[in-house]
Design a protein around this ligand. Structure first.
Ligand code: PGA
Length: 251
């Protein structure tokens, strides 16, 4: 049985007070709610420490939106896996579509970041997904499996079992245009079958694959009712306690 995962990606949003206020609201509601899902939030890096402090004593995990793959050293502007770990971060997004498409990250960067996350015992949440052009050209399968194959290269079956994949079609992120549940299920199933071929059926049964892209309280239950979909990575709707908790309620 895979534990569902509901993650909020706050991106470059919220001031310090808003971030802490949101964390406190979530802490209270999650303590009272008794959801069986694991809940995590990824604040902007400047708020990671204060949000972590605000969530002291809560089951809500704090994640990073990104990390620099190199070991601590002369990398101006960067944050290492070790620094994140020391702050109490337990997981990190890797290869989010905005990192790939706005900041030009490649599959090689993703591989290095997955290794860095493992070095510091952070759980990697590896994001992948096709663009609209790729989908319309009938290339979804090749693109998504290409990204997953690159990201997981060199990992052991045990490492793959433990990590999280986040299928996020690029055209669905922040657009309000969420994927059809059947299309998401199809990609999740294709991904899991590939993991089974490459790493074995046990790894395929264990790896969690969450969906992201315009998940809202009114569409979340459609995804989360599917056994193939192990949770949600939520952007815009995670910025307000009510809407994030509405999604969590569907898990
Ligand atoms: P969205 O973002 O929910 O605002 O579409 C999802 C994400 O970027 O992870």
């Amino acid at each position: 049985m895979r534990t569902p995962l509901v993650l909020g990606n706050w991106k470059m949003n919220l001031g310090a007070r808003q971030a802490i206020g949101l964390a406190r609201d979530l802490k209270r509601a999650v303590a009272a709610g008794g959801s069986r899902a694991t809940v995590g939030v990824c604040p902007s890096p400047v708020h990671v420490a204060s949000v972590r402090e605000g969530l002291e004593g809560s089951s809500i995990q704090v994640g990073s939106q990104d990390l620099v793959a190199q070991e601590p050293g002369a990398f101006t502007g960067g944050t290492s896996a070790e620094q994140l770990r020391e702050l109490g971060v337990t997981f990190t997004l890797i290869g989010h579509s905005e990192r790939r498409h706005v900041f030009g990250e490649t599959d090689q960067d993703v591989v290095a970041k997955v290794a860095a996350a493992h070095r510091a015992s952070l759980l990697p949440v590896v994001c992948y997904g096709e663009t609209l052009d790729q989908r319309e050209a009938g290339r979804t399968r090749d693109v998504v499996l290409g990204q997953v194959e690159a990201a997981l290269a060199g990992l052991s079956a045990a490492q793959v079992s433990a990590l999280v994949l986040a299928y996020e079609p690029v055209w669905a992120i922040g657009t309000g245009r969420n994927a059809e549940v059947a299309d998401a299920v199809d990609v999740h199933r294709t991904t899991r079958a590939w993991v089974s071929d490459r790493f074995g059926p046990e790894a395929a049964a264990a790896v969690r694959i969450v969906y992201g892209g315009s998940v809202k309280p009114d569409n979340a239950s459609g995804y989360l009712a599917e056994t193939e979909i192990d949770g949600a990575l939520v952007g815009g709707a995670s910025l307000q306690a009510d809407s994030f908790l509405g999604i969590l309620g569907a898990a």
